[in-house]
Design a protein around this ligand. Structure first.
Ligand code: ZN
Length: 167
């Protein structure tokens, strides 16, 4: 196990560059410290994903993903209807993007990790062997639940806009 000198992320021995910040990694940690770091990392990932498998969507995540895709589809339909005032349609348009992005993260973590690896290939030289880091796992979850919250807020604002326009 190696520890990034720049951002502190734990990385496997085979890595030359940090997955999270792209810094060059030094020598592996001494055996005792390495074991402790590995244990704390798997505990952290377990806590961030509950199931312990960071690329398998849990039941709740899959349900949220399906709900978000359904909302995104409804947003597209509403956005097409010219009857709604332009302000409302703008909010619905934003809600579509938030729902689609959060839904992708919830339902297709493997696809999102593929995209992240594509991004990594621009900044990290040994990106092919990269594994999802704890930080990426946390960010992915934050995107799902933050995105879902943003969708609800945008839809509430759009509904309020409809009510005001009707009054
Ligand atoms: Zn780093």
């Amino acid at each position: 196990m190696k520890r990034c000198g720049q951002c502190g992320a734990e990385q496997s021995d085979g890595r030359m560059f940090c997955v999270d910040c792209g810094a060059r990694l030094g020598e592996p940690l001494p055996e005792e410290e390495s074991r402790r770091a590995a244990a704390s990392l798997s505990e952290k990932i377990g806590r961030a994903t509950r199931a312990g498998d960071d690329l398998a969507p849990g039941r709740a995540e899959r349900a949220v993903g399906i709900a978000l895709f359904a909302i995104a589809a409804v947003c597209v339909v509403i956005w097409q209807i010219p009857v709604f005032p332009p302000d409302v349609r703008k909010l619905v348009f934003a809600a579509f993007f938030a729902a689609a992005a959060a839904g992708m993260n919830a339902a297709f973590p493997q696809l999102m990790w593929g995209l992240e690896k594509l991004r990594l290939s621009l900044t990290v030289r040994d990106s092919e062997t990269a594994e999802p880091s704890w930080w990426w796992t946390v960010c992915r979850r934050a995107l799902i639940w933050g995105g879902a919250a943003a969708v609800l807020i945008l839809i509430a604002l759009a509904a309020w806009g409809c009510v005001r326009a009707g009054a």
